[in-house]
Structure formats: structure tokens, C-alpha cells
Ligand binder design. Structure first.
Ligand code: ATP
Ligand code: MG
Length: 427
């Protein structure tokens, strides 16, 4: 018998029973992005390896050990499955001269590939939605990104579950000063360093701060803080970002040890974290990368952005148990009685003409049976057509999820009611 084939370890199928949650999530994210004027950019999944080495940095976990890199057998070119989205975004922006007419607000989504040890919340193929604003020096765009993400958590019903941590990595000079202090500090504590840290000591000491080794926590906690080396411009930028958060009433914690796993960041960095998902608690992360466009060969352009891990957000949504609105049709059409049933198909088409997604009940059955199906369909509303309603040229609209009274209305009023209800539920 032939061996059963299985998916690659750490890479998952998304089954029909799961895909509704993904689609509902993606729909709401798309609307949310549009409401801030961001447009999608789609880039290939494979890029020249050199792009990631240059953008992410040679001495990072990703480039050192997590990339799926292979040689194109036809021409010997080294290619890599993208481990993140920013590098390709910047490449495309430069290649197509997109910053010619001014700043760009962009987003991307799709699978990313990293050769990590698979565990809950950590996969070898995972999915991100990322946002990049290029050509804007901020801090207003930094603030926009933080307000945006805060809004998304509200939209998704996760506002209570996530907390914001921010830091400033300052400019190149501050990082150079801090780097020297860090090396001196860690050299003085050589005996407490793990292998990774010892390896990074000269090449990328800042990354030691991002260690996930609990045994090094205390050492890292007491390390010199980059915050102390910021120049006036970086301080003012960071103060403005904090003021923007304060003005919007968004709570945050300044975490002086927050550094990101990729080398291109400067100034503002942030993470949204949750304690509901165990060790893999970062659901969204980002910051400024003012030097990256130039570093990849473009005209210098400041930029900032963030990426969120879809698997982790969906896990959090499932953990918290918030319903995924939009995961069913807008309405389910219940029709009882001969006169009503004769009109049902026409009514359903009329509702769809008005922009309502409606599932028509088929197969007969009592009112009670049909209402059960309506509930199970995940619809927001039941549209009820009995012989009474049919005779009066009206329908009854019953909210199924958000409470509220059943109302007897005309077809046009039903369309308005339902669309308004769906709209409110989605924002
Ligand atoms: P971590 O510290 O968890 O390894 P990271 O710093 O490598 O994360 P980023 O490169 O900033 O992560 O990616 C942004 C987001 O993408 C993360 O916050 C997380 O939600 C998600 N993510 C990153 N790596 C994985 C993975 N292997 N599996 C699932 N989600 C991931
Ligand atoms: Mg990582």
C-alpha cells in the first residue's frame, strides 16, 4: 500500500468549518483598511534571497535560521519564500516608483514562511495582514497606526484582551551609543549569557534584549536603556506619539526593552500583546523604518507600518468566544402558508436587489422548525412571511442576534432595517 501523504509539518489546511471565521475576519479587516484610505499591494510569495538579507538583517533569527531558501535549478538564482511582508512591499514601491507623487498608504495580506519549531501560535506557514505608510515622516502616521489598530480591536470585540506596549529605538546615533554600552554591560556578565546571546554580543547586541529565554530575564531587565540615549528629535517624536495616544484615550505601557526581531526599525516600535494565548502573545507588531527605502536602493523616504498574525488573532477571537458577525447571511427567509410560499422566491430576489444577502428556506416545515434553521444559519435577521403578511404586502423582521423587537414593515423598509443592522454590527 502506498504511504499516506500529509501536509508539510507546521503548514495547515484551513477547512470549510474554519474558513468562515477567516473570511469574516478578512471582510472586516478590508472594510477597516478602506475606512483609513489604505490600498492593497500584492507581491509575489517568492523573492530574491538578497532582498530579505538586506532588509531584515543578516544577524536576525529570521535570516540566520528561519528562511525557506532554495536555488532555482534553471538559473542558479537563490530564492526565498517570503518570511514577512515589508521587504517586498518596499521593493515593489521602489521598482514601480510609487512614491513619485507623494506618500502611499498600503496594505498586504497572505502567507509567510518561517522555519520555526511548530507549536500553538507558531507555524511554518502562517498568515499576516500588514499595513505600511511610506513617505510620511510622522509622528501623525505613527499615531494613525496606533489608533487604527485600537479601532480594529474594538471592531473585533478584542479591546479588553490586548494591551499596547511602545518604545522608541531612536536614530542611528542613539543606537550606536547604546550598542557600545550594551556590549560593555553584557561583556561584564559573560557568565550569564546563553549561546544565542554570546553569538550576538558583537554582531547584534540589541537583539539580546529580545531574548525569549527566561533565565536571561533579570540580566536583560537591568541592561542600559536605549531611551536614555535618545536625542532631542527622537524624544520629541516619541512624546508626540504618546500625546496622540493620550488624546485618543488609548492606554499604553512604555516598555524600554521592547525591540523588534527585524533590524530595519527605528524610532517608534510597538506591540499589541495578550495574556490569553500563552507564550505566543504578540498579535500585532510594528514601528517606523525610516532607513529601509534608501537601504534597498530607493530615494530616501520615511515609513512606518505593522503586521498582525491572523492565526493568533483568530485563536484569540475563539478563546474569548466573541461571535464572528458577518459569518452568516444578513437574513434568513422563513415562509409559512401557501400564499406566502408562492411569494417567497420573488421576495428573496427583491431583498437581494436591495443589497441584502438572504438565504431562502427550502423544504417546508413548521414555523418553529424554520426559525431553528434561521438561528443555525448564523443570519442576523429572520424575515418572516406568513399568509397575513403576504395579504398585506408586508413582512416581519426579527433580529436574531442583537436583541430588539420584531417589526412588521414593507419590503423596502425591511431592506433598510437589515442593512442598517448589519452595518452597525460590523463597525
Ligand atoms: P515572535 O516574537 O512571536 O517570533 P516576531 O517578532 O518574529 O514574533 P513579526 O515578524 O513582527 O514577529 O511578525 C508580526 C506578527 O506575525 C507577530 O506578532 C505574530 O502575531 C505573527 N507571527 C510571527 N511569526 C509567526 C509564526 N511563526 N506563526 C504564527 N504567527 C507568527
Ligand atoms: Mg519570530
Amino acid at each position: 500500500m502506498s504511504e499516506t501523504l500529509r501536509a508539510v509539518r507546521g503548514m495547515n489546511d484551513i477547512l470549510p468549518t474554519e474558513v468562515g471565521a477567516w473570511q469574516a475576519f478578512e471582510r472586516r479587516v478590508r472594510d477597516w483598511l478602506a475606512s483609513y484610505g489604505y490600498r492593497e499591494l500584492r507581491t509575489p510569495i517568492v523573492e530574491p534571497t538578497a532582498l530579505f538579507k538586506r532588509a531584515i538583517g543578516e544577524v536576525t533569527d529570521i535570516v540566520e535560521k528561519e528562511m525557506y531558501t532554495f536555488v532555482d535549478a534553471l538559473n542558479g538564482e537563490s530564492l526565498t519564500l517570503r518570511p514577512e511582508g515589508t521587504a517586498a512591499c518596499v521593493r515593489a514601491v521602489i521598482e514601480h516608483n510609487l512614491l513619485y507623487g507623494g506618500g502611499q498608504r498600503l496594505w498586504y495580506q497572505g502567507p509567510m514562511f518561517r522555519h520555526e519549531r511548530p507549536q500553538k501560535g507558531r507555524y511554518r506557514q502562517f498568515h499576516q495582514i500588514g499595513v505600511e505608510a511610506m513617505g510620511f515622516a510622522g509622528p501623525d502616521v505613527d499615531i494613525e497606526h496606533l489608533l487604527m489598530t485600537a479601532r480594529l480591536w474594538r471592531v473585533l470585540g478584542l479591546a479588553e484582551e490586548v494591551a499596547l506596549e511602545i518604545n522608541s529605538l531612536g536614530g542611528a546615533e542613539a543606537r550606536a551609543t547604546h550598542r557600545a554600552k550594551l556590549i560593555a554591560y553584557f561583556e561584564a556578565h559573560q557568565d550569564q549569557l546563553d549561546d544565542d546571546a554570546r553569538r550576538r554580543l558583537q554582531s547584534n547586541p540589541l537583539r539580546i534584549l529580545d531574548t525569549k529565554n527566561p533565565a536571561m530575564r533579570a540580566l536583560v531587565e537591568a541592561a542600559p536603556q536605549l531611551m536614555d540615549d535618545l536625542d532631542d528629535a527622537a524624544r520629541a517624536h516619541f512624546a508626540a506619539v504618546c500625546a496622540g495616544l493620550d488624546a485618543a484615550g488609548i492606554a499604553y505601557r512604555i516598555n524600554p526593552r521592547l525591540v523588534r526581531g527585524l533590524d530595519y526599525y527605528n524610532y517608534t516600535v510597538f506591540e499589541w500583546v495578550t495574556d490569553r494565548l500563552g507564550a505566543q502573545g504578540t498579535v500585532c507588531a510594528g514601528g517606523r523604518f525610516d532607513g529601509l527605502v534608501e537601504q534597498l536602493g530607493g530615494k530616501p523616504a520615511p515609513a512606518c507600518g505593522f503586521a498582525m498574525g491572523i492565526e493568533r488573532l483568530l485563536a484569540l477571537i475563539a478563546e474569548v468566544g466573541v461571535a464572528a458577525p458577518g459569518d452568516g447571511p444578513d437574513a434568513y427567509l422563513v415562509h409559512v402558508g401557501e400564499a406566502a410560499s408562492a411569494l417567497a422566491q420573488t421576495l428573496a430576489e427583491g431583498l437581494r436587489d436591495g443589497g441584502v444577502a438572504v438565504v431562502l428556506h427550502v423544504g417546508g416545515g413548521s414555523f418553529k422548525t424554520q426559525m431553528k434553521k434561521a438561528d443555525a444559519s448564523g443570519a442576523r435577521f429572520a424575515v418572516i412571511l406568513g399568509d397575513d403578511e403576504a395579504a398585506a404586502g408586508e413582512v416581519s423582521v426579527k433580529p436574531l442576534r442583537d436583541g430588539g423587537e420584531q417589526q412588521r414593515v414593507t419590503q423596502q423598509q425591511a431592506v433598510n432595517l437589515i442593512k442598517q443592522g448589519v452595518h452597525n454590527g460590523n463597525l
